[in-house]
Write a protein that binds this ligand. Structure first.
Ligand code: URA
Length: 418
């Protein structure tokens, strides 16, 4: 096979065969095709898209480029969930224990944060002692004991995606629906849970800026998951404003614990109930109304919080944080930001708020940066609320930054009051 012929086929909108796509992925993974040729092919995909059959072949070839987890040691039906990412998204910390409390198993692999969005693994590592890198056998053992575990994604999963994603970032080819689908679904299929729930975000800071494109991505990911033999469903959800009130690693764990303890009701709680109910429905626990009631009960009876506590302990973390969140890293400095005019909050730009939390230490600009676990933001007002000049909008927290002036400006610019 010849790479130039395959680039030309995609350029002319002629579908590649399964074997041709497998060949491209394998040869690139083993360094037998140079970056410039694959970049040209990726650009042709961005411009001309792929058929469902081509997208499935690409997804499976990427999945098969590395390890595929064997979850047969788990004692029941397994459910995985993936969010395409958003500022303040701590739903995995909540819905894992909720779903586990309702009798399904949630073996989850997650990543670290980069840029304006946080990562679930960083959030968990704000809990003193929590081990995110454990052996596969210990991971399965914890899942069997509590129903839920989150570990850092194994480096041996989908090496083809690692190489292709880096190349896409460097060649302006990230924003292609079939390429995003193959990248996400190859990793989900390599984890190999029985059911997969996808939370596809749209809005500022999300890959998909519009609800229409998010729906297209959700549809194709669901089709590819089903074609690959999994029970798969997707929800399309808004991330134009940050999810919940707390942004930053320890601060997000605090908010997740508050939801699990039944102390925080609001948009985050509602979304977690919807996501958990959908996971339970996928796993065959009943219709959506029954599943929603099960999820609500799992929080109100305390079982979900208990599962989170036990899981943290089995990971070596300080499980007392579930009853006393002051045991999480505490910020040394804080700075209150007040409204500079009177009016209604029309917009809270999620991406800008995420960047504000990054510059006070809560995130990474590059993969090797370290994180201030105590840093972040607590938002005091909601979008749509009426505020008077001088009212508290949000508080910035950090242990690594004492001059909050840049962050304050950025925060104020991200909130539109009219
Ligand atoms: N997340 C991924 O893992 N891959 C993409 O292509 C986009 C988002």
């Amino acid at each position: 096979m010849n790479c130039c012929d395959l680039i030309n086929k995609t350029k002319r909108k002629q579908a590649l065969t399964e074997n041709e796509i497998k060949w491209l992925v394998n040869e690139y993974t083993y360094d037998n095709i140079p970056d410039y040729q694959i970049s040209a092919w990726l650009m042709a995909v961005c411009l001309n898209s792929l058929t469902d059959e081509e997208t499935l072949a690409l997804t499976l070839a990427m999945r098969d480029s590395g390890d595929i987890l064997d979850l047969s040691g788990v004692n029941g039906i397994t459910v995985d969930k993936h969010s395409t990412g958003g500022v303040g998204d701590k739903t995995s910390l909540i819905i894992g224990p909720v779903a586990a409390a309702c009798g399904v198993y949630v073996p989850k692999m997650s990543g670290r944060g980069l840029g304006h969005t946080g990562g679930t693994i960083d959030k968990l590592e704000s809990i003193n002692g929590y081990r995110t890198e454990i052996s596969f056998n210990e991971f399965i053992d914890i899942v069997n004991k509590t129903g839920f575990s989150i570990v850092s994604q194994s480096g041996k999963l989908c090496p083809a995606d690692k190489k292709l994603y880096a190349l896409r970032n460097a060649s302006g080819t990230v924003d292609s629906i079939p390429l995003i689908c193959a990248s996400i679904m190859s990793k989900k299929l390599a984890v190999s849970a029985d059911c997969i729930l996808l939370d596809v975000k749209y809005g500022s800071g999300a890959f998909m800026k519009t609800i229409e494109n998010a729906q297209k991505l959700a549809d194709i990911m669901t089709r590819i998951g089903n074609m690959a033999g999994k029970k798969c469903a997707a929800m399309v959800t808004d991330i134009n404003i940050p999810l919940g009130r707390n942004i930053g690693n320890a601060l997000e764990v605090i908010e997740a614990v508050d939801v699990l303890n039944g102390k925080s009701k609001g948009k985050l709680y509602d979304l977690c109930i919807d996501l958990s109910a959908k996971m339970l429905e996928l796993a065959g626990k009943g219709d959506i109304d029954i599943c929603r009631k099960m999820a609500v009960d799992a929080i109100s009876c305390g079982k979900a919080a208990e599962i989170f506590e036990k899981t943290i302990a089995l990971h070596g973390g300080n499980a007392k944080i579930v009853s006393d969140t002051s045991l999480l890293p505490q910020p040394k400095y804080s700075h209150k930001v007040y409204a500079n005019k009177t009016g209604t909050i029309q917009e809270m730009n999620s991406e800008e708020i995420g960047m504000t939390s990054l510059i006070i230490g809560a995130g990474r600009k590059s993969k090797t940066d370290s994180i201030d676990m105590s840093a972040g933001i607590i938002i005091d007002k909601e979008c749509g609320e009426y505020v008077k000049e001088g009212d508290l909008l949000l508080t910035l927290y950090s242990s690594s930054v004492t001059d909050f002036s840049d962050a304050e400006n950025r925060a104020l610019n991200s909130i539109k009051i009219i």
